[in-house]
Write a protein that binds this ligand. Structure first.
Ligand code: HEM
Length: 482
């Protein structure tokens, strides 16, 4: 251990402290870290994962410090990130340095023109049409046996089509047709499999990349390669079609704008940050994040509603009062529905699907909270530990939306949760995600009571481990409200 490194478990050969974490919890590394936090009585832990110095922050102030200090904005250069980017660190999520800063700014600025991260009537309209389709399927007016069968609906598949269409319409100017649900589902499933072949630390594969030659299946390498190949193929085919039909006079979507930029910068003597491969991985980031994080959060929400009919009924009362039954809820209604907002905030707190955030990297030797942090340390944000800390939340294991409301039932102004991270690496999809989850959930709860299938117990609330947590497949019974 470097001198003055934060307290934490000792190192054993090859995988360092990873052995001890696995011994504490084989499946969920964030639960093992929670145990270490109690054992070492420290909100900042330090240990070695293989040869990588690693620190985990578990309290608000230290997490915020990691999220905001410029020397902590790097990302880890792992075999997984490079395998994903066909040998390079591309896109936004896994990139760092000047390419990351430039491309993040560019992507946010120009996706905004098509409704991403802002209020957009056309995007809201599209999502509402999709929600109406979902309501019609669940009412038996339209057929889709893949997601609705014998009165039961399948999570998370129910949401793949709506959400993929929302993001794809901005990036690629297209949507998967109603009769092509299967294709959207296939893409989303590849994304979920990719995420599940991984974990927030990169697992043994990132720590000892050579094991992919000995255990390609067990190490997750084959699954990463296979799913990535399929995802890249879908995106590349769409970009190639755009290049073939590109017209400077008519910008149909983000891909068109980006292609124009590639052409303008083609002969730039200083090189260009715009390339087709970078465009592929910007699309990858948007598509896979949407398919995995939002569908998981929505599914977990419904699973919690099955456990908490009283919360569901409070929300339905709020919807009935503010919206009624003659139209779907719109984003104009959102500020008038504090209980609904609190129920989603509480779900993101208790489930903390990014249980350890996305690993940052220290780009120079520095100090944090008085401890020494060597260059290239992996910095994890212990969002699960922080969101479930009894000293902060009192009764963190109880799902209780009221904790975010004042005595008049209004939403507390200050939100102390950090499900989307913070600072310069703040999740690029936060606004898009919050808006669309709100629209989908209120549309669903306006029309249905979300019930446990007859004769079954409420579902187990566990998640499936991965790069972030994902929801298991669960069937629920949408009972039409009269
Ligand atoms: C409930 C849904 C979501 C949650 C909880 C979530 C959470 C997060 C978190 C914790 C990070 C890492 C922040 C850090 O590095 O410290 C992140 C990064 C990111 N997210 Fe999300 N996310 C969600 C949905 C989305 C969606 C829908 C998109 C895109 C459509 C998206 C795009 C991104 C991107 C591009 C980054 C990388 C930002 C950067 O490194 O500069 N996310 N997200």
């Amino acid at each position: 251990r470097p001198p003055n490194f934060p307290p934490g478990p000792p190192s054993l050969p090859i995988y360092g402290a990873y052995w001890l974490l696995l011994l504490n919890n084989w499946t969920y590394i964030h639960k093992a870290i929670e145990k270490m936090r109690c054992r070492y009585r420290s909100n900042l832990l330090g240990f070695y994962l293989g040869g990588v110095p690693t620190v985990v922050a578990c309290d608000y102030e230290t997490i915020k410090e990691i999220e905001t200090r410029p020397e902590f904005l790097g990302r880890m250069d792992t075999i997984i990130a490079r395998e994903r980017g066909l040998g390079k660190l591309l896109g936004v999520i896994l990139a760092d340095g000047p390419l990351w800063a430039h491309q993040r700014r560019y992507m946010l600025r120009h996706m905004r023109d098509f409704g991403f991260g802002t209020r957009s009537a056309s995007l809201e309209n599209l999502v509402q049409q999709e929600i109406q389709d979902m309501v019609d399927i669940l009412n038996g007016k339209k057929q889709d046996k893949g997601i609705y069968r014998d009165g039961l609906a399948l999570l998370p598949d129910l949401f793949f089509h709506i959400l993929l269409n929302a993001i794809w319409s901005m990036y690629a100017g297209d949507r998967f047709s109603y009769t092509d649900h299967g294709h959207a589902r296939f893409i989303a499933q590849q994304g979920i499999k990719f995420v599940r072949a991984n974990d927030p630390t990169g697992r043994a594969l990132a720590l000892t990349p050579w094991i992919r030659h000995i255990f390609p299946q067990k190490s997750g390498f084959t699954q990463i390669r296979n799913t990535n190949t399929k995802l890249v193929e879908v995106i590349k085919k769409t970009i190639d079609e755009h290049i073939r039909t590109h017209s400077e006079d008519h910008m149909r979507d983000f891909i068109d704008i980006y292609i124009k930029e590639m052409k303008t910068n083609e002969n730039n003597p200083n090189g260009s940050p715009f390339s087709e491969e970078q465009l592929i991985f910007l699309g990858w980031d948007l598509l896979v994040s949407t398919a995995t994080t939002l569908t998981t959060t929505l599914s977990m929400y419904i699973m919690y509603m099955m456990h908490h009919p009283e919360v569901q009924s409070n929300i339905q009362n709020e919807i009935d009062t503010v919206v009624g039954h003659n139209r779907l809820p719109t984003l104009n209604d959102r500020s008038k529905m504090p209980y609904m907002e609190a129920s989603l905030r509480e779900l993101m707190r208790i489930s903390s699907i990014f249980s350890l955030g996305i690993a940052h990297r220290a780009t120079e030797d520095t100090h944090l909270r008085g401890y020494f942090i060597p260059k290239n340390t992996m910095l994890l944000t212990g969002l699960h530990s922080y969101h479930n800390d009894p000293e902060v939340w009192g009764d963190p294991h109880i799902y209780r939306p009221e904790r975010f409301l004042d005595e008049k039932g209004q939403l507390l102004k200050k939100d102390l949760t950090l499900p989307f991270g913070a600072g310069k690496r703040l999740c690029a999809g936060e606004t898009f995600g919050r808006q669309n989850m709100w629209l989908i959930l209120t549309g669903l709860l306006q029309n249905f009571t979300l019930a446990v299938p007859k004769g079954q117990k409420p579902p187990d609330l566990h998640t499936v481990n991965g790069f972030h947590q994902t929801s298991p497949e669960v069937w629920f019974q949408p009972l039409p409200r009269t």
